[in-house]
Design a protein around this ligand. Structure first.
Ligand SMILES: CSC[C@H]1O[C@H](OP(=O)(O)O)[C@H](O)[C@@H]1O
Ligand SMILES: Nc1ncnc2[nH]cnc12
Length: 314
């Protein structure tokens, strides 16, 4: 353990509403004050990594606003996309008070106009995971069906888009919408699959946006992912995707990615977004959407639900 880490508190008393989930090439956020590092246990196990609490001064009030940061693949990228304990990640963040997540992920481009190093703020998703990832909180005697027609939160998405465009003069290229195909992995696609996804209207492809977005929706958390294109996948004649290619583009564009996230955190820390980061527009949706009648609810599942949704189901 570094001296730096030894000195950081392991508890944090305030509520944290905003979180960033980082992926490949973005396993920490430097240049933020590290207020705490938390080890949170959930009924779904431990999250991918300890959760770092960063404090970000609000540009309007100067007040330090806490932001939770979680490295999706673990502190040393030891979890492949199918192994990520996504339920524990989302549950741990919700328990800390998080109601607004800005996720970040590398993605292959399926469209000529989305060049490597461009950013995409998608508005749709197609699920090509294979059912091997636990993907719901609502099971084992506690059935809830959640709307998912618009998989990302439009309000958070619009804040993210505005911030991305404000950085255009600094070399950020942003595509305001698109469909992300989420595949199982860890192998990349075949050429036939890549061409099929293009024919479906896919804009970009990755392995991590699901079930993350589905579980956030279940947990009444406003969620938007920012994708950075790191390759043209294998449909393109510029060379097949490899980890070296992904990492090369990610490293080369890391500064833009960090500026983008900092701009989003600046904006979300403003008082005018208080309701948005508390997701008051989503609040309470799960409490009354249960399909299972009280007599059919298992005690074990109900306990987990009470843990996750404090104050509901009393
Ligand atoms: C190292 S390339 C594959 C990897 O990159 C994408 O996203 P993330 O940023 O979460 O790592 C993709 O989903 C895969 O996990
Ligand atoms: N081409 C690709 N396919 C799936 N996931 C990716 N992550 C980055 N590039 C990718």
């Amino acid at each position: 353990m570094s001296t730096d880490q030894r000195d950081v508190p392991t508890t944090y008393s305030g509520k944290i509403h905003i979180a960033v989930i980082g992926g490949t090439g973005l396993d920490h956020l430097p240049h933020f004050h590290k207020a705490a590092v938390l080890n949170v246990e959930t009924p779904w196990g431990a999250p991918s990594s300890p959760i770092t609490v960063l404090e970000h001064p609000s540009p309007t009030t100067g007040k330090p606003i806490p932001v939770a940061f979680l490295a999706r693949h673990g502190p040393h990228h030891e979890l492949n996309p199918s192994e990520i304990p996504v339920r524990a990640n989302i549950a741990a963040l919700r328990k800390l008070g998080v109601r607004c997540i800005v996720a970040f992920s590398a993605a292959g481009s399926l469209a000529e106009e989305v060049k490597p190093r461009d950013f995409v703020v998608p508005d749709q998703v197609i699920d090509r995971t294979k059912g091997i990832r636990p993907h719901t909180f609502f099971e084992d005697g506690f059935v809830v069906h959640v709307p998912f027609a618009d998989p990302f939160d439009k309000r958070v998405g619009d804040v993210v888009r505005k911030c991305g465009h404000s950085l255009e003069g600094e070399g950020v290229v942003l595509h305001d919408k698109g469909t992300v195909i989420v595949m199982e992995g860890p192998q990349f696609s075949t050429r036939a699959e890549s061409n099929m996804y293009r024919s479906w209207g896919g804009t970009v492809i990755n392995m991590s946006t699901l079930p993350e977005a589905k579980l956030a929706a279940e947990a009444e958390i406003a969620y938007q992912v920012i994708l950075m294109s790191t390759d043209y996948d294998c449909w393109h004649d510029s060379g097949d995707v490899s980890v070296e290619m992904v990492m090369g583009h990610m490293r080369a564009n890391a500064l833009n990615a960090r500026h983008f996230i900092a701009a989003v955190l600046d904006e979300l820390s403003k008082e005018e977004h208080g309701d948005l980061v508390r997701a008051t527009h989503l609040q309470g949706a799960r409490e009354f959407g249960i399909s299972t009648a009280p007599a059919g609810r298992s005690k074990q599942a109900t306990e987990k639900m009470k843990w996750l949704f404090e104050g509901y189901f009393e």
